[in-house]
Design a protein around this ligand. Sequence first.
Ligand code: IMP
Length: 428
Amino acid sequence: MPSVSVFGAQWGDEGKGKMIDLLSRDADVVVRYQGGANAGHTVVVQGEKYVLHHIPSGILHPGKLNVIGNGVAVEPEKLLEEIAGLRERGTIIDPEHLQISARAHVIFEHHKQLDALAERWKGEGRIGTTGRGIGPCYADKAARTGLRICDLVDEDDCRKRLTAVLAEKNALLEKVHDAPTLILEAELEKALSFGRELAPFVCDAAATVRRAYREGKRVLFEAAQGVMLDLDHGTYPYVTSSSTGPDGIAAGAGFPVRDVERAIGIAKAYCTRVGEGPFPSEEHGSEGERIREAGHEYGATTGRPRRCGWFDGVAMRYSLELSGADAWIVTNVDVLTGFDELKVAVAYERAGKRYEDLPAELADLDEITPVYESHAGWTEDITAMRSFEELPEATRSYVRWLEEVVGVPIEMLSVGPERDQVIPVPAL
Ligand code: IMP
């Protein structure tokens, strides 16, 4: 795998952390290229749980270079906490194993406050953000008023830029939101101290990644969130503020599109979503509750209960096609054990008309209902199984049926949180 993109194909929380940890065994460099501490990538190693927010999931394998690309919105305080937490547990974090792009944008206190205030302002129309300041930070990036990691390590530059930015943000806090203002000197002191701590890791990350690739190193691009939350192609406005699929790699890692050789989508065997927005196959009743409890579907970053529902074949076809996926991986297959009947949305219906494709308009998406087909479930515990042949007949035929509905081959199944709880799926 000289270069591979691994991305979430649903609404986030597909179990990317575990799969990227696993796939990064075969990589030399692992690169995060978008999102920020809104992500919580969970990896379980020998019963120990790690939740990564900025640092690529390759960090738990010794000897890999992990890169935080320019497209990531970095919350320095959280990142430093993450570094300290990993070091405490024996993970080596030094500039040989972790590099941060000088061009990555920084999340400040005002971004987090404005994120919460904007949500309050929106009332019923709120997005249900993670509250980590993601939207306001990317908005400042686009407005060309953001500060980047390189600005934190240069005291004069930091002072000049933060003074100008905070004057405007304080006016916004005070005059629009009637909220307390932030004190420039305190914010500046924090920013400079973060800059000093992060300085050893700061580099031209894009050049590092391109050089590594040129030298024949294997590069894995780790996405956060999922394609259905993509700023352009997701269920706008109920999305995050970055490009969550492989198309984000060029901008967010400074790596040419033509050199991304494979794309692998990650999806759960059912669907979940946190926050507001359309979710055609959501189950509001006892089936949704049963999936939530069986899958422990509570947010890794916010602890919020996730909305749960059946696998959505229409959304999956859309997201894999959009992303040019070569294959996909199905996670949490074990969660479906014990259900008599497994439903999959194979099409949508609206006003008596059948739709095979995801409608582009949010209003249309709100009005559709899924057309379900069912498959028999299984009762056997599959968590200790390691080969496709070992799986119950119903599980195997369910997996083959998913491949047929979606039209893209499934490469692997995940049947539990541990690294080794995976099953390769033979090609047909
Ligand atoms: P934001 O990214 O915090 O602005 O949140 C925007 C939307 O994306 C909200 O619906 C969040 O719940 C959702 N979201 C953001 N990050 C994640 C994630 O890592 N997993 C699942 N949903 C996410």
